[in-house]
Every structure is written in structure tokens, then in C-alpha cells.
Design a protein around this ligand. Structure first.
Ligand SMILES: Cc1ncc(COP(=O)(O)O)c(C=O)c1O
Length: 436
């Protein structure tokens, strides 16, 4: 079977995610035959760096032997059983570990993808209001430039027109507020956004009695182009929501499980949300699994005799799939044993220096920013130009899967990527930007 015939068969039937299919006429889908650690193996024999951890999820890299073993052990027992009316040792251990992430988030509900976990939190917030008799609290508040998923409710609380514009007629109204962006922790606004806050406060106050929840991607808005905002802002949002009995939903789908150098990005601001959503790095991208954590007092609102009709009747066929749970449990063990949060911080320092060196050498980068094991920069170019796409094509040719967000290039490699690989990634990125 030759490359071209496999590509032809692919293009005959597969509609790839988040793609303009016509682009594949000129630049075919890469044929993957294997993967290991931070590398993807292509059919033409080349190994290229997975610089974006396959959409930000492969936090422990590809084919981690301990994750493979955990999965095999679970497969030998059983692969999936309905989680309503049953339980098992694996899911109980995973839930115990997840509830250790945050002092008061003691209950976990599972789904399969990030969007579903976010929507579950939104539904639960709204449903809690119905039970409490606070039905005037219906509104959601979100941040400008946010991204929370692809379902209609999560698109409604998102703010990236590229993904939502055609579906506007189905979406509901959400109050959006602008976060104060910074390029890193040494920006003065990181710890003090007082000036910005005053205008936000004025915008928030009219909704103090009608909002049910405020939803954020804590500190890092990834899909917006890896934008970082002030941790003081997140602290103030937490304080304001608490003062006004408004739930805070932390969408940690991308940031959670170590990516920002903390297990939860909320830790940067020293705050605890009322709902936390996790996915992606939760299984190190092995299998689809998402989790929504919340507090006992929210759980207690729903706890009553069945006849009183307060049950949260939300389910997904694969809620708490045990194969995914077995890998998630081992992922959490490895994160702790190998101190990968600390390593994410070290990687950030190394990658920041590398990105700065590229900027100095090429003169084609601006707004370099870093948080944990994420470094990003904007390409200096005409905004209509698809420079990012050209850099992507060139980088693949040179040995790295970069996949810029528009004209923002970024590195989100596995948290255990070897230092030589990061050095190789720097050289490839530099050459790709210069189109050498
Ligand atoms: C912050 C955030 N929330 C939600 C999602 C949606 O997750 P999924 O693609 O698994 O539905 C994503 C996906 O990138 C994300 O980055």
C-alpha cells in the first residue's frame, strides 16, 4: 500500500476535525505508523516532534510503558460496565485521588470529552438554582476570547467567532467581560489589576442577582492563541462570585493536570472554584475521559428521596469508562512520582529562552509569553496572511508538528520531553519561520 493510495482512501471518506478539507489537496494528512515519547513516526520513515502534545493532551508522551501496563491489567479484568448502579476499585481510587486535588471539591462526575464536562457543570449550576428556588439566577458570565467546547451551550459561553458564528441562532446570550492580559508572571498586572478591575466591576454589578455562574479557563486561554491573564483578576473574580452567591466554573480541560506547572491552574491564584472540569491530560491523551468535580453542599442539594424529583439525570454511555480510568489513575501516580509539575516549570524556562533566541535571530516574533510548559509568540505579519500555516508546513518538512493557532506559534510538548528534543524543536521552529 503506497502513501498516495492511503491518502486517497482517507480523502474519499474522512472529514477531518477542525480542518478546511481543501487544504489537504496540497498538503496531505500525515500517515502515522507509530509514536513514542515526544515523537510521531511517519510512513516515510521520519520521526517528527509532537510539539503540541496532539491537541494538548499527551502530557506523558506517546506509548508510556506504565500507562500501557495499567491499561493491559485493566483489560484483563473487564473493559467497560455501566457506572450507574455499579462500582469498581479503579474508579473509586481515581475519584479519591481527584478529590485530593482541591480541599472542598469532594464529588466527581464523569463524562468522555471536555465539552461534555463543561456542559455538565453548567447544567448542574442551573439545576441547583431550580432546587434552591432561585430561578431568577439563569445567566452565565464568561470571559472574552474564551473557548469551552463545541456543543451549543459551550459555544454560547465561548467567544471565538471562528468556531461559533454560523450557529449563533441556536446559541443563548451570555455576558462577556475582558480579562487583563499579561505575557508572564513578571508583568506588574499579574499580581495587581486594580485599574482594570474597576471597569469590570461596573460591568458585573448589574448581574449580581441574576447570574448563576461565571465560567473561566483559569489563567490561560489556549484556543484564543495561548493568552495569559492576571492571576489577581482570577482572585478578584472568585471573591466577587463568592460575595454574590454566583458559582465559579473552572474549565481546566487544557490547563489541568500539570500543564501550567500546577496540578490545577487555579492554584496560581490560590483560589478554589465551585466546579472544576478536567480532561485531556487526565489520561495523558490515551483514552477519552473527562471529570467534573464539585462540593458536597452542591451535591447535597440534589440528595433526596427519588419521588422528590431532584436527581441530576445526566449520563453518557461511557461515563467513567474503566479502561480510561485505569490510565488516568496511573497518570496521576506518575505526575506525582516524577514531580512533573516542577518539571513543567523548568521546561517553561528553557523554552522561553529558546523562543526569545528565535525572536532575536529572526526578528519575526512578538508578544512572547510563557506559563508552565507552554510558550507562545505571535508571528509578525500582515493579519490576512496565513504565515502560521506556512510555518506549520515547513516545520513538518523539517521534523516537527507545530500546528499554530492562526499566526500564533506555540510549544506545548509532553511534560517529560527530553532536553535534546526541545533543542531540536527550537532549531526546527527557527528554520521554519525563516522558511530555510
Ligand atoms: C479549555 C477547553 N475547554 C473545553 C474544551 C473541549 O474539549 P473537547 O474537545 O474534549 O470536547 C477544550 C478543547 O480544546 C479546551 O481547550
Amino acid at each position: 500500500m503506497t502513501d498516495s493510495s492511503l491518502v486517497a482512501r482517507d480523502l474519499q471518506h474522512i472529514w477531518h476535525p477542525c480542518s478546511q478539507m481543501k487544504d489537504y489537496e496540497l498538503f496531505h494528512p500525515l500517515i502515522i505508523t507509530g509514536a513514542s515519547k515526544a515523537y510521531l513516526h511517519l510512513q516515510d520513515g521520519r520521526k517528527i516532534i509532537d510539539a503540541i502534545s496532539s491537541w494538548w493532551c499527551k502530557s506523558l508522551g506517546h506509548q508510556h510503558p506504565r500507562l500501557k501496563r495499567a491499561l493491559q491489567l485493566q483489560m484483563d479484568k473487564f473493559e467497560h460496565v455501566i457506572l450507574a448502579n455499579t462500582t469498581n476499585e479503579t474508579i473509586v481510587q481515581l475519584s479519591e485521588k481527584l478529590t485530593e486535588l482541591s480541599p472542598s471539591l469532594n464529588k466527581v462526575m464523569y463524562a468522555s470529552d471536555g465539552s461534555s464536562a463543561v456542559e455538565m457543570a453548567m447544567k448542574m449550576s442551573l439545576h441547583a438554582r431550580v432546587i434552591e428556588g432561585k430561578t431568577q439566577r439563569k445567566l452565565f458570565i464568561a470571559l472574552e476570547n474564551s473557548y469551552h467546547g463545541e456543543t451549543i451551550a459551550t459555544l454560547s459561553v465561548s467567544d471565538l467567532g471562528l468556531y461559533s458564528e454560523p450557529y449563533r441562532s441556536l446559541m443563548f446570550a451570555v455576558k462577556k467581560i475582558a480579562p487583563p492580559y499579561v505575557n508572564g508572571e513578571d508583568d506588574a498586572r499579574w499580581d495587581n489589576c486594580e485599574l482594570h478591575w474597576q471597569s469590570v466591576l461596573e460591568q458585573l454589578q448589574p448581574y449580581a442577582h441574576t447570574a448563576t455562574a461565571l465560567i473561566v479557563e483559569p489563567i490561560l486561554q489556549a484556543a484564543a492563541g495561548m493568552q495569559i491573564y492576571s492571576r489577581d483578576f482570577l482572585r478578584r473574580l472568585r471573591q466577587w462570585t463568592r460575595e454574590h452567591d454566583i458559582h465559579l466554573i473552572a474549565d481546566e480541560i487544557m490547563t489541568g493536570i500539570g500543564r501550567t506547572g500546577k496540578m490545577l491552574a487555579c492554584e496560581h491564584a490560590g483560589i478554589e472554584a465551585d466546579f472544576v472540569c478536567l480532561s485531556k491530560g487526565l489520561t495523558s491523551g490515551w483514552l477519552p475521559l473527562s471529570a467534573m468535580l464539585t462540593r458536597n453542599d452542591i451535591y447535597d442539594l440534589f440528595y433526596d428521596d427519588y419521588a422528590n424529583g431532584k436527581s441530576f439525570m445526566h449520563s453518557h454511555t461511557h461515563s467513567g469508562n474503566v479502561l480510561a480510568a485505569s490510565v488516568a489513575l496511573e497518570t496521576l501516580n506518575i505526575m506525582t512520582e516524577e514531580k512533573l509539575c516542577a518539571r513543567a516549570g523548568e521546561m517553561g524556562g528553557v523554552m522561553l529562552e529558546a523562543m526569545q533566541a528565535i525572536a532575536n535571530h529572526t526578528g519575526k516574533l512578538k508578544n512572547i509569553r510563557m506559563l508552565g510548559a507552554m510558550v507562545a509568540a505571535d508571528l509578525i505579519c500582515d493579519t490576512n496572511k496565513r504565515y502560521g500555516y506556512e510555518v506549520y508546513r515547513k516545520a513538518v518538512e523539517l521534523g516537527a508538528l507545530l500546528r499554530p493557532l492562526g499566526n500564533t506559534i506555540y510549544w506545548v510538548p509532553p511534560l517529560n520531553t527530553e532536553w535534546e528534543t526541545l533543542c531540536e524543536l527550537k532549531n526546527i521552529t527557527q528554520k521554519a519561520i525563516l522558511m530555510e
